[in-house]
Design a protein around this ligand. Sequence first.
Ligand code: LLP
Length: 394
Amino acid sequence: MQLILSMLKVQNIDKLNGIETPFYYYDIDLLQKTVSQIRELSEKHGIKAHYAIKANSDARILRLISAEGLGADCVSGYEVQRAADCGFAPAEIMFAGVGKTDKEIIASLEVGIGCFNVESLPELEVISEIAGERGVKAPVALRINPNIDAHTHKYITTGLEENKFGISEFEFQAAVDFLKAHTETLDFKGLQFHIGSQITDVENVFKLECERVSEIVATFEAMGVTVRNIDLGGGLGIDYEHPDEALVADFETLFETIDRDLVHRPDQQVHIEPGRAIVAQCGSLISRVVFVKNGQKKSFLILDAGMNDLIRPALYGAYHHIENLTSPDGPAAVYDVVGPVCESSDVWGEGRVLPQSRRGDLIALRSAGAYGAVMASNYNLRPLAKAVYSDELK
Ligand code: LLP
C-alpha cells in the first residue's frame, strides 16, 4: 500500500513538476488492482458489477474497467454512448435516471442496451410506446424506492420516500398491471434499488437494504411476475480521511453481506453498481501553491486549483486529504487552504496541519478520482484540468 503513495510522492515528483497545474493524476496500477479484485469477488459470489460511470467517465479509465468484464450503469444517453464506445458490451449497459428523453430512449434501443431502469409509471408508458412504434421489446427493470435511511449526507441519500427517485409502494400494483398488459413491448427483467452514496457502515446498512429488498422481491413475485435480476445499486463508501490506509474499498464485506443477507434463487442474477469505490482513490487533483499569504490571525495557502476543478468541498462540505508533495517532511504549520475562484466557498480545508509550504510547491488533493473531473466546470473561464495517467509517466 505504501508503495503506491511513495510512487506519487517520490518517483514521479520530477515528472509531475514539469506538468502545468492543476491536473488530475490517475494511478493506473491502483485502479487495475481495484477492478481485478472486483472481478474476482464477482466470480466467487456470482454477483455482477456494473460500474456507475457518472463517477468518472474518462475514456482511458472506462476502457480499463470494461476490459475486466464489468458492465456500465449510465444516467444519460451521452453516458450510454460513451460506455458503448469504450468497450462495454451493449447487453451489459444499464440506463437509469428520472428524466430520460425520447431521444435518449430511442438511441439506447438502437445501441441495444441490456436494461432501462425505469423510475416512474409515465416513463414505463413512454418506453412501451416508443418500443411499440419500432417493433421491438424494451428490456426494463423497475427502480424501486425502498424507503431506507442510508445514514449519509442528505444530498446523496436517494432511497427515502421524499426523494424524486424510483417507484414507491403505492404504485407497485399499477406497475405490475401495466407490465402484464404490455408483454409485446416490454421485457420485464427485475428490480433495481439504490439507497445512497458514501455508505461507510457497510455491513449494517447493506444488510438492512438486503432484508428490505428480499421482502420487496417477494411482494412482486406474489403479484405474478418473475424477478430475474435484483440490482442493489451503488453506494459503497471510501476513507477520505486516511486514503493510504484503505486504497481499495471494502468490496469484500459488501459482496459477503449481499451473498449472506439477500434472499435469492440460483436463477436470479444479483447486480451492484459501484461508482465512487472503484475510482475515488486512484485520482488526485494536483495543484501548485500560488501564494502563501500570512494574515493577522491565519496563514492561507492559495492554490491554483479551485472549486471549478473539484466542487465536492464547496457543494457538500466534503473533506479531501491534502498533501504537500514537494516538501513532505518540513516542520508543521497550520493553514487555511483555498482556491483562486471568486467565491468564499472555494476552500479546500480550514486549519489544516501541513508541512511548511512555499510558493510553487506541488499539493495533492487526494481521493479525487470520483465525482471530481466529471463535475468540473469552466467557471471564471478557467479551463478544465486535464488527465495525467501514472503509466504514461514511466
Ligand atoms: N446507482 C445509482 C442509481 C446512483 O444514483 C448512483 C449514484 C450510483 C449507482 C453510484 O453510487 P456510488 O457507488 O458512487 O456511491 N456527487 C456526489 C455523489 C452522487 C451520487 C449519485 N448517485 C458526491 O460527490 O459525493
